[in-house]
Design a protein around this ligand. Sequence first.
Ligand SMILES: [Zn+2]
Length: 213
Amino acid sequence: MILIISGPQGSGKGTQAKMIANEFNLFHMQSGEMLREIAKTEKRIGELQNQGILVPDKETIDYMDKYIKGNKPDFDDIIFDGYPRNIDQYNLMKTWLSSKNKKVNKVIYLQISDDEAIKRLSTRRTCKNCGELYNLITRPPINSESCNKCGSKLIQRDDDKPDAIKKRLSFFHKLTEPMLKEMDAEKLLIKIDGERPVETIFQDIDSKIKNAG
Ligand SMILES: [Zn+2]
């Protein structure tokens, strides 16, 4: 089974992807995480990321191909998180998967309103020292100002500030939503109300995947 999970930032898709991966024994393919890992050893990728430039689509696919070969050699039972984000990426992915005799089976779309996304993201805090993530509402630190792990000061990253969040949301509406529309036309889309407690959302996704067979 090949799944994709999509949704705007703040929709909680990373958390749900982990839970789904656990329940269905899937490999959790986090493309953003993978690229950050690669950036540590490949200077050019690090430079692109520092400049806020996206790694070219074909290259991302090549990296994922290598990464999956190393971690999930049968190339099955994978949940893609963070990729694809637009129609071009989706088309490349389809070609790539079909070269492995695979296809996307279902796409889980976690829906939340812009207001909710902004509310959730603007309460995110990051440890200045170790990078640990917190959320003042959903995952508050024990001591409101400092990291549970290392005691350093918590900060709000620039990309968690309202203007940066709005920019990412408009990218989602302009580029990701048309892709989701296409997936819906292909009868792949499972729409999920993301404005509910984590466990309720998970139960909903779980039963919908099971019903889809
Ligand atoms: Zn820390």
